[in-house]
Write a protein that binds this ligand. Sequence first.
Ligand SMILES: [Zn+2]
Length: 199
Amino acid sequence: MTHLHSGRLEVVCGPMFSGKSEELIRRLTRAKIARQRVRIFKPQLDDRYDATDIVSHAGVRMPATPVASSADIARLAAGHDAIGIDEVQFFDEGVVEVAVHLADNGVRVVCAGLDTDFRRLPFGPLPLLLARAESVTKLQAVCHSCGGEAVYTQRLVNGRPAPFSGETVQIGALDAYEARCRQCYQPGHAGDVAALRLA
Ligand SMILES: [Zn+2]
């Protein structure tokens, strides 16, 4: 039974390792215990289309449906009281209108994802979701360098800050991510691209 007044949009964001998936799972597990019809979606980043779990870094898991676009969410969300969207930053911008439409129609929508990319720039549709949501939770991770409160995701290629323009995966390069605080975050420079190619 869906009540119109139960529709709302919630966003859980923060850097990598801040427990976003865990918080998404926690909220939807509670909805499930309250006998709501619950479903979690996640971006289909490869060719598989089988149902898989989302797993938090702490090892908590819940089944999730991989989908190719926000249109799939709109289609498959019918008949649910609460839906979760994990890694929402990877979806097309249409996900914003889909989430708002569902919330307007009585569905509780919980979105989780990275608010900024490794360059500290707003990531995909997430900033637009923040603007439309009733509730925003910004989680912090532990800084891998100093143990302080981390708000950024540091991308390291071969142990050095990834170049600002380094969108693509470098073949043979060791790509790693760390959570960093404002003081420990190291921006990459455009000149690093040439250095990496020579490496
Ligand atoms: Zn730090």
